[in-house]
Design a protein around this ligand. Structure first.
Ligand code: FAD
Length: 307
């Protein structure tokens, strides 16, 4: 019951101001966010890489309605690409971004986002790495997949994300698996209406398994984005059945979530990539993480009273 309320709060400016100003919010945010500055994020990335993990860095930001802010997002990612070039981890440290941070919701937003994101993808390629386009709520999916297709004409390593919660996603998996793309499969972090999305968790999980089957049967590079122990085991079993060698797919998890499992999978010889968000605009990301797991909310509430 709390999940939908938290997802609604993730888009509420009044609650954003209240939660962001609460002095005790910070230590809890730190569990999920690598820091506010680029140097903190690259330090975390280097530390994870030293332990055999890959990373995808996300400069936090979304739902931008001011053209100047969209330019700032582009510039932040250009700085990130440069820093990754210096770090020298190649594709072991890539970038994830949300097109809504690049102006997708502004008038003419589709073209604007494409125009802003292109130099970032070029800079990533120059730094020996790649970009994955995060997927946001359902009205943005067509535009995001079209930008992805356009970017892949010159940069085929550009990744996309598909959400098993959406009814359309099996079709999208078929299309992208055939094209040989890097596809991160997730359950989906947004509250979506019944016309477009499965509502029961059980249905979202079943769809996830069907999508895994489609992606692993195809020519592409599946990126299994989940912490769910059952789905992780099923993905491993499907990969084995399909004779997929370890380097032909990867697991992805969020910074601060199930870290022991991240290390366990890596120790079993799997590629594991950690999604590392950083920056000052952490509110919406943080609220989605609270919504995913009531225990996180209890952890947050405890931190508010235990000082
Ligand atoms: P769940 O059933 O939610 O969780 C399974 C178990 O994992 C839980 O029982 C718990 O032990 C653990 N767990 C899960 N979440 C948390 C948490 N927040 N805190 C602590 N423990 C937790 N969604 C999008 O819509 N678009 C994206 O682009 C996107 N990118 C993602 C990238 C990565 C690498 C990952 C891992 C997730 C991404 N997501 C994205 C979020 C995703 O859609 C889910 O909301 C999120 O992963 C939780 O679902 P789950 O598969 O882990 O399963």
């Amino acid at each position: 019951m709390l999940g939908p309320a938290l997802l609604a709060a993730a888009r509420n400016d009044g609650i954003r101001r209240f939660v962001s100003a609460a002095p005790l919010t910070r230590p809890v945010v730190d569990r999920f966010v690598a820091g506010e500055r680029l140097d903190q994020a690259t330090a975390v990335a280097a530390g994870l890489a030293a332990r055999g993990l890959r990373v995808t860095l996300d400069h936090l930001g979304e739902d931008v309605h001011d053209p100047a802010e969209a330019l700032r997002a582009r510039d932040a990612y250009l700085a990130l690409a440069e820093a990754l070039g210096r770090l020298g981890l190649g594709e072991r440290a890539e970038m994830s971004l949300k097109l809504s941070a690049f102006g997708q919701a502004l008038p003419g937003g589709h073209d604007l986002a494409l125009r802003h994101v292109l130099p970032v993808v070029e800079a990533a390629a120059a730094a020996g790495t790649a970009v994955t386009l995060d997927m946001e709520s359902h009205p943005t999916v067509d535009s995001t997949l079209a930008v992805h297709a356009e970017l892949r004409r010159r940069f085929p390593e550009t990744g996309a994300v598909l959400q098993s919660a959406l009814l359309r996603t099996e079709e999208d998996c078929r299309a992208l698996a055939a094209a040989g793309a890097r596809v991160r499969l997730v359950k989906g972090a947004y509250r979506e209406p019944a016309e477009v999305a499965h509502q029961a968790r059980r249905e979202v999980d079943r769809a996830y398994v069907r999508c895994l089957g489609l992606l692993f049967a195809g020519e592409g590079y599946p990126m299994v984005g989940t912490h769910d122990p059952r789905l992780l085991a099923i993905a491993e079993a499907i990969a084995t059945r399909r004779g997929r060698p370890a380097g032909s797919f990867e697991f992805q998890m969020l910074f601060g979530v199930r870290e022991a499992e991240q290390r366990r999978l890596a120790a079993r010889g799997h590629r594991v990539r950690v999604y590392v968000p950083y920056g000052t605009d952490w509110y919406a990301y943080f609220m989605r993480r609270l919504a995913e797991r009531p225990a996180n909310l209890a952890f947050f509430a405890r931190s508010l009273v235990s000082r």
